[in-house]
Every structure is written in C-alpha cells, then in structure tokens.
Design a protein around this ligand. Structure first.
Ligand SMILES: [Zn+2]
Length: 323
C-alpha cells in the first residue's frame, strides 16, 4: 500500500471528540403527505474523464418534510429562504441517493451501495440502473465505502443475508470500522443510535475475511484512486479521489447532504453530522480545494446526475450538475 498522506490526513488524524446525538437515518424519512420524488429515467449517466469512465447510478430519492431539526444550527425561516432563492420547494427536501461506478483499467469499482432492500418504494433501484448501464452485480471488482450509515452500506447484502456483489472486494475505512464495530461504544450508545450500530453488524460481522478489507486514510485503494480522510459526518467518513490524464474527480460522499443547503451554506450542520464542527471545517477545506483545482465532483446526495463542478457562491459554494 502506498503511504502518501492526503492533504487532510495530518489535520484530521487527531482523534475526534465524538458527541453522541440523536440520530435518525435519512432513509427512514418518507413523507407521503407531500407526494413522492420523481426519479430520472434512465437512472444512470456516463461521463468520460481521461482514461476512466464514471457512471452515476441512482438508487432513488426520499422526500422528507422540512422541519426545525433538519438544519441543527439555523432558523427554519432562513433555511426556507435559501431554498426559495433557488426556486426549490420549501415544505420538504428531496434527498437523492447516488452511488458511482468508476471503470478504470478494466476494473469496475463501485462507490457506496444505496439502501438495497431496506428503504422506501422510491429507493433500492441501484441494481436495476447498474444492469441498464450494462453491468451485472457479479462484474463489480471492488466496492469502496465512504461511511457506515445505512443508505451507503445496506445495498451490500440482501435481506436474506447474501452478498449482492459476490466477487467484489469490499473496502472500508479502518477508522469507520473501528468505531461502529466497537462493542463498548454500542453498549454506551443512546437508544436512538443502537439500530445504526446493529445495522453495521448485520452487514459486516460475518463478511468473509477475503472479502472485507480495511484501509487507512490517504492510501491508494485502487489504481489511480486515493482515500481522503474527511472525518466529521461520521468518525471515519472518507472521500475518494480519482485521477486520470491530469484530471481529478472527487467523490465526496456525505461531505454535504443536499448541496442547495449545505454547500451554499457550509457552516450549517445537517442533523446527521455526528461531529458538526469537524464536518463544517472539512467541508470548507475540501470544497475550496475542489474549486481552486477545478476538479470534477460527485456527491451521494447531490441532484442527478450527482456529478459536475463546484463554483464559489456567496459565503459558500454552488453545485453545477453536468449537463
Ligand atoms: Zn448519506
């Protein structure tokens, strides 16, 4: 393994002061009273970057009513005003889930896996869209996981417990694994968070040693793909930087939830950020670096096709989806 340190590694390697808070998985939030989100068709989009192909694969989208709790540190009226200024609805937020496939050097590398069989009716479409893009689950060589929230890992196993990507090596951040698989932390966790800990065990506890690989921050996880520590959203939340022919694509996972709120206002904390202060800091650092290097960006909760560019906008950044 290469030992190149990420630009964030040194700053963020320090242990986190993890503040336990209430935790409600985003994928549990559906709001039938506001209707259901419209999913794009087809639910995949290809892009070429140098020698690699990047395919965004929609797993689906969940609509949640917008309440005081969604942004932890801003008044609801300000949150609604920011949405309205972008022509977006103010009573609810649509949160999409978009894993990314990178095809590089004949290898198929999937980043995050969506909700699988564990979400609402407008989710769980990853496999359908993967097949529509011409790829079978058995063709996936590597699965890279950004963090262990259910919307990112539940697609790894069926309800019956079978591995969805039978030939894939599943690579996870060591810091994330060590946090969630720690029995003492499970025992000490508030009741509202125990489900998230147990869900991690359902997915990873019996995963064959030959399948599961833990990696340290800053290492190369596949040819041309480097892991970048971005701790805060979760204790081991990790980004993936893909380089080809002098160009860079940064898959930022949950560096922000929906960018219309949390890229435009990077200091706002979504309810799911476990360490809001660390998340805020790394969000600004990474977005600034993406803008100044004109890198491509992909975000798991970004609007379809979930990849494009970032531009400076006001106090923060605006996501510009690829046309
Ligand atoms: Zn997420």
């Amino acid at each position: 393994m290469l030992q190149r340190r990420s630009f964030l590694g040194a700053a963020l390697a320090a242990p986190l002061a993890y503040a336990a808070g209430s935790f409600t998985p985003v994928w549990a939030q559906n709001a039938p009273n506001f209707g259901t989100p419209t999913l794009p068709s087809p639910g995949f989009r290809r892009m070429k970057m140098g020698e690699v192909e990047i395919v965004s694969l929609m797993d689906g989208s969940a609509r949640r009513p917008l309440g005081e709790e969604f942004v932890k540190n801003a008044p609801l009226a300000e949150v609604k005003a920011l949405l309205a200024s972008q022509g977006l609805p103010t009573d609810y937020v649509d949160v999409p889930f978009t894993p990314v496939l990178v095809v590089a050097g004949g290898r198929r590398i999937l980043m995050d896996t969506g909700l699988g069989e564990f979400g609402g009716p407008t989710t769980g479409k990853l496999l359908e869209n993967l097949r529509a893009a011409g790829v079978q689950p058995g063709d996936i060589d590597t699965v890279l996981i950004t963090h262990f929230h259910g919307d990112h890992i539940n697609g790894l196993r069926t309800r019956a417990g079978e591995l969805v990507f039978p030939k894939a090596q599943v690579m996870v951040p060591a810091a994330e694994y060590n946090f969630w698989m720690d029995d003492a932390r499970l025992a000490a966790a508030p009741e509202a968070m125990k489900g998230a800990f147990n869900n991690v065990r359902r997915v990873f506890a019996n995963m064959p040693a030959a399948t599961l690989q833990r990696f340290e921050a800053g290492v190369e996880v596949a040819p041309g793909i480097r892991s970048v520590a971005a701790y805060g959203h979760t204790p081991g939340h990790t980004l993936f930087e893909v380089k080809s022919a002098g160009q860079t694509f940064m898959f930022v996972g949950d560096l922000t939830n929906v960018p219309a709120l949390f890229a435009r206002n990077p200091d706002w904390a979504v309810t799911f950020d476990m360490d809001a202060e660390a998340a805020r800091k790394v969000r600004r650092e990474v977005f600034q670096r993406i803008v100044s290097s004109n890198a491509m960006v992909g975000g798991f909760h970004f609007p379809f096709p979930a990849f494009g560019r970032m531009a400076a906008a006001g106090q923060g950044y605006a996501f510009q989806p690829q046309a």
